[in-house]
Design a protein around this ligand. Sequence first.
Ligand code: ADP
Ligand code: FBP
Length: 381
Amino acid sequence: MIPFPDSPVAVLCSGGDAPGMNAFLRAIVRLGLNRHKVPVLGIRGGYRGLVRAAKQVNGEADELVRLKQEITANTGNRGLIDAKMSIIQMDHASVSGIMGKGGTILGSARCLDFHKPEVRRSAIQLLENLGVRALVVAGGDGSLTGAKLLAEESNLKIIGVPSTIDNDLQFTEMALGVDTAVHTLVWAVDHFIDTARSHRRVMVLETMGRESGDLARMAALASGAEMVITPEGGPLTEEAMIAYAEEIESAMTRGRGHAIVLIAEGVKFDPPQSRNGAYILRDAFQKYFQREGAPFQDLEVRPSVLGHLQRGGHTTPGDCILAARFAEEAWKAILDPNGSNGITALQHNKATIVPFGCPDLPERALSSVAMDRLHDDLSSW
Ligand SMILES: Nc1ncnc2c1ncn2[C@@H]1O[C@H](COP(=O)(O)OP(=O)(O)O)[C@@H](O)[C@H]1O
Ligand SMILES: O=P(O)(O)OC[C@H]1O[C@](O)(COP(=O)(O)O)[C@@H](O)[C@@H]1O
């Protein structure tokens, strides 16, 4: 049997899956094997999988030997098809044909237990006992916070890789998955437009994005949706919703027949509401259009919450390329003896490594404002 590899690099995907995670995995494994001759261990199911493996070993020498034997006996696809395997030694074939596939072949998870220092300690101990030289974590804000804590609490090299469709990480111009999610939203808008035009309707589409409106505003800019409402504009009051409805009605008066309105899931209401924004907006718009004496009383409003449709699907070339660039930066940081822990980032269109907790790029907020203005000026109504 081949021995367990010396000083491997471990990689995991955490938080919401993002298109581009597989392309990143392929790139980190292939660069490891082809360029750097360093083996890569894939950890299944994010921090949850790591913690599960740590629990199984429980610091016991014979359990550790058993885990290492299991890993060496089930490398690559053989390990991947066995759901019981938490850690898999990746080979060339195990990352073949996955580049464009959404999701992650390693699986991802949210793991509440990882907030506990003693749980992170057990994960660190397992990685140290396996001789891991560096852990690469692909994930969003929360996963990168977990990675920052691992970096502070261990001597392992920890590299984060921004992967979230939300684009809510302000130190990088783009995270993995954003380009694909925008592409998917443009596709969705193109489908909704057909019915909106045919029935002369207003379609209110709710996008993901947590507290950030970037995904919605990028999708609006790329699709030509007539209106976009983002959390950065502050809570939506009744008056603000009426003002939006007035804008639509006035466009209809000028001969427009339909409207696509994107609302980001992070938009809050004043007074606060518990329902999805798309439904609240639908009710407010419909009430306004049907008021006594209104010119378009038969104008129908239809809401849709686009949900996880936005997370899946074929990864765009833009995300595949960014994944390769991030993987290359990650390897540079791993192999640099003087290099420290950090997160890959795209700054001024250059892939680089920034320290954990690095400040926001001031251009990010400016670019959101600029996108809103551009969208307004490009809109024909
Ligand atoms: N403050 C934290 N301390 C330790 N681990 C965290 C912390 N925040 C998040 N994590 C870990 O990262 C996981 C993913 O975070 P989450 O915010 O759900 O998704 P994302 O990383 O995509 O933003 C969490 O389930 C948890 O395991
Ligand atoms: O899939 P879940 O657990 O319902 O989470 C939904 C959330 O995940 C996202 O799709 C992605 O967020 P993260 O990248 O931070 O995990 C958010 O836009 C959305 O609010």
